[in-house]
Design a protein around this ligand. Structure first.
Ligand code: ZN
Length: 298
């Protein structure tokens, strides 16, 4: 029985696992974070992600491999390009550090299980989406479409790799509507239901807002992103994700309006930032929040 809010955190004893695992997860995260920087910088401009080599945005000098070490190079170079001494955006080390910390958190939650690489891919895609949306107010199809396909593949593979229903929504679904179906069909059914609830509610929110205000409030990017999140996390964690995103998005919107002393309701926030952040929170501690919430009514 979970009755205290502390119980939403992953098991603290797991942190005593060999620290080398967490160091390894952190280093992998920083390297992937460095790659995500390239994705975040180049995808919105439709540049190739693989070629050419990274260049300084100011002087266009090719960045040497020893100046491209995640986080470390930024610190050693004092946040400036070796050639032209122009400031390097702190977003680069921030994304690397954040990805490293998220990889450690996911490794803490999952342990060394078949779910770990899937969850790491999911979190990486969300980090890229959050930072691209924050800067350009778009959620590129180049991430959301493969993301949806990836979520479906994970749903089909993980129950077999894990040897048990891995996803939060399955036990309740299999006891009810999906009773008697083979494992893969139940898992796929859970993915479709989650995607419909995730993408559908975002589409409905945009449609309602458009009817009320006569302006387009929500792009289809949010809908596609929530297809991916819903398929991957299942309906329970998707409902939690949307709740957390609407809550944090509204609070941020109100704070910004108060700060700017401007009651402009047409101000647009990149909602994908809140949805992405909430999705990562739901993956990490969502099932424990749902359990804790349900426990209040027992
Ligand atoms: Zn430069």
């Amino acid at each position: 029985m979970n009755s205290s809010l502390i119980s939403v955190l992953p098991d603290l004893n797991l942190l005593l696992a060999p620290p080398i695992n967490y160091i390894f997860a952190g280093v992998c995260g920083a390297i992937i974070g460095s790659f995500l920087n390239v994705v975040i910088h180049r995808l919105p401009h439709e540049e190739s992600i693989v070629f050419p080599n990274s260049r300084c945005p100011s002087c266009e000098a090719v960045i040497a491999f020893y100046d491209n070490v995640p986080v470390l190079s930024y610190v050693l170079l004092g946040g400036r390009c070796r050639g032209c001494k122009q400031r390097i955006s702190p977003r680069y080390p921030a994304v690397e550090l954040l990805t490293a910390l998220l990889f450690i958190a996911v490794a803490w939650r999952d342990g060394i299980t078949p779910a770990l690489p899937f969850d790491l891919v999911f979190v990486s895609a969300l980090v890229a989406l959050v930072f691209i949306d924050a800067e350009h107010m778009i959620l590129p199809n180049a991430i959301t479409y493969p993301g949806i396909a990836f979520a479906v593949i994970a749903r089909l593979a993980l129950p077999y790799l894990m040897g048990q229903p891995h996803f939060e929504d399955l036990p309740s679904l299999m006891a009810g509507v999906l009773n008697g179906l083979p494992r893969w069909a139940a898992s796929l059914g859970g993915a479709v239901l989650g995607a419909l609830i995730g993408g559908g509610s975002l589409w409905l929110m945009g449609w309602t807002w458009e009817k009320l205000r006569g302006i387009e409030a929500m792009g289809l990017g949010d809908v596609k992103m929530m297809f991916m999140v819903g398929a991957y996390l299942g309906w329970r964690l998707t409902v939690l994700t949307i709740f957390l995103a609407v809550l944090s998005g509204s609070l941020t919107g109100i704070l910004l309006m108060l700060k700017q002393r401007e009651r402009n309701m047409q101000m647009l926030l990149p909602f994908g930032v809140f949805l992405g952040t909430a999705s990562i929170a739901a993956l990490l501690i969502g099932s424990r929040i749902v359990e804790w919430y349900a426990g209040q009514f027992r």
